[in-house]
Design a protein around this ligand. Structure first.
Ligand code: NAD
Length: 497
């Protein structure tokens, strides 16, 4: 059995803990590796390595950092296929989808390559007689990233390129369910010339996370995962005096107005609900149909039935398995509650079997119609290939429905009316909004993040807010006294002269 190790101080290490966790191949349902789970001693070793490396790295020139970032970008780009296959084998998503996630992560690296411009401060000449004022930003120290299973390459890349470019060092605790992509990233950083200890990976579960949250040398924690854990991370991390951004779960609604192009809307709903087997924090899991909508539901069900489900490695597959047997059982159970609570199962993916992969963790695309907001399929984040359809009378009722949901990650509207779209954009309490775009993940030079129970903390990730999160400001007021100037000191509160 292959053992997946940590990466600390520039090299792989098994650590001192004897605990391990199984890494499955979701398509075959077989265990393919075991990953070591860090104990507090292993975590301490990683944080110490990062704290030591910070002494030099925080003083490195912007041009040195930029060169390394460019090299890392080239290396990841050259290895996209390998990374995508590793992701597909451990997560289950189809290789083309995995390639896309690496591409989106690379865009953050490209953003961070512009760090020299991003860290420019302000300068005001002669704010008072003989006095100048300027500001700049400094790195925080050891930054920690704790990431979910669903984007094993992209979500860590939302964090570490920006943190490292800003002069911090980094300890990544990736999901223990698909840990290998992070190790390959560590190898590529080393090849790019990043000094030992600047980027470290510790694998683990709650024990490792708690040790990171409590470690006195950790300055900041970036978390992405489910809402209950995000709340916990934010609470414990901030109580320990750390800067924390904790992104949580979601229930993303797409509103379809009667004037929407039916073909376009149904195509995009199916892609957004069933891509990556619905295991995306920006997946559309609730379609809100406005007005009469039998045609829409029929079109969605027909296209969902045509989705080709299979192993992620099969180039003909459009959708792979879900992450684990437990996830499959939970999803199947929730679909059952939809039926028992009075919804209509228009397409049922519970009994899907993929020939040759009979033990894989598959659930087929499922469409549940006539869902109400009190049903479990609506209240729970299912995180599987299940689309619930709700019906409302008008666009304002759709906005009210979205705003009464506790989450506020993403939402979308399908319409041909600019006025209706504008009213929607202004009316919803959601962080990321698509107009005829079902998965509105912003580009790397904007920041990503939701509202309400989808994000705890003040800053969104990457883009300008990412740079702000990983740095703190200094403002300098400077006078170089000259005998001809009036430099007389005064006990008055200083005012400009
Ligand atoms: P998860 O919350 O189970 O795990 C996330 C991380 O927390 C992992 O590294 C895990 O090891 C760790 N963890 C798990 N249990 C813990 C505990 N009790 N104490 C401390 N740490 C713990 O999430 P997941 O199942 O890996 O990922 C799916 C979830 O992530 C979904 O809810 C999805 O919406 C969310 N997500 C959100 C975003 C976003 O941008 N808002 C992006 C991707 C995923």
């Amino acid at each position: 059995m292959r053992t997946i190790t940590h990466w600390i101080g520039g090299k792989p290490t098994a650590g001192s803990s004897t605990r391990t966790s199984a890494v499955w191949n979701p398509a075959t349902g077989q265990q393919q590796a075991e990953v070591v789970l860090a104990n507090p001693t292993d975590v301490d070793e990683a944080v110490r390595a990062a704290a030591e490396a910070f002494q030099q790295w925080s003083q490195s020139s912007l041009s040195q950092r930029t060169k390394i970032l460019f090299s890392f970008r080239e290396l990841v780009n050259a290895r996209i296929e390998d990374i995508a296959e590793i992701i597909s084998d451990e997560h289950g998503k189809v290789v083309s989808d995995a390639r896309g996630e690496v591409q989106r992560g690379l865009e953050v690296v490209e953003f961070a390559c512009g760090i020299a411009t991003l860290l420019k401060g302000d300068y005001s000449d002669q704010v008072s007689n003989g006095v100048d004022l300027y500001s700049f930003r400094e790195p925080l120290g050891v930054a920690v990233g704790i990431t979910p299973f669903n984007f094993p390459a992209m979500v860590p890349m939302w964090m570490y390129p920006v943190a490292i470019a800003c002069g911090n060092t980094f300890v990544l605790k990736p999901s223990e369910r698909d840990p290998s992509a992070s190790l390959l990233a560590a190898e590529l950083w080393a090849e790019a010339g990043l000094p030992d200890g600047v980027f470290n990976v510790v694998h683990g579960d709650k024990d490792a996370v708690d040790a990171l949250l409590d470690h006195p040398d950790v300055a900041s924690v970036s978390f992405v995962g489910s809402t209950p854990i995000a709340k916990y991370i934010h609470h414990r991390g901030t109580a320990n005096g750390k800067r924390v951004q904790a992104l949580g779960g979601a229930k993303n609604h797409a509103v379809i107005l009667p004037d929407a192009d039916l073909d376009y809307a149904s195509d995009h709903l199916v892609a957004a609900a069933f891509g990556s087997a619905g295991e995306r924090c920006m997946a559309i899991s609730a379609a809100v149909a406005v007005g009469p909508s039998e045609d829409l539901v029929a079109a969605v069900a027909e296209k969902a039935r045509a989705v080709r489900v299979g192993s992620g490695r099969d180039p003909d597959s459009e959708m792979g398995p879900v992450i684990s047997g437990a996830a499959r059982d939970r999803i199947v159970g929730l679909i059952g509650t939809g039926q028992s609570q009075g919804a209509q199962l228009t397409l049922d993916g519970r009994d899907l079997v993929v020939p040759g992969f009979e033990d894989g963790f598959f659930v087929g695309p499922t469409v549940i119609d006539q869902v109400s907001t009190s049903m479990d399929v609506y209240k729970e984040e299912i995180f599987g290939p299940v689309l619930s359809v709700l019906h409302v009378e008008d666009a304002d009722a759709a906005i009210r429905l979205i705003n009464s949901n506790p989450y506020g990650n993403g939402t979308a509207i399908f319409t041909s009316s600019g006025e209706a779209a504008r009213r929607f954009v202004r009316g919803v309490a959601v962080g990321m909004i698509g107009v005829n775009v079902p998965i509105p993940v912003p580009m790397a030079y904007y920041s990503f993040g939701g509202w309400k129970d989808s994000l705890f903390g003040d800053k969104h990730v990457h883009g300008p807010e990412g740079v702000s999160f990983y740095t703190r400001a200094k403002v300098v007021t400077a006078r170089w006294p000259h005998v001809e100037h009036d430099n007389a000191a005064s006990l008055h509160f200083p005012t400009a002269r």
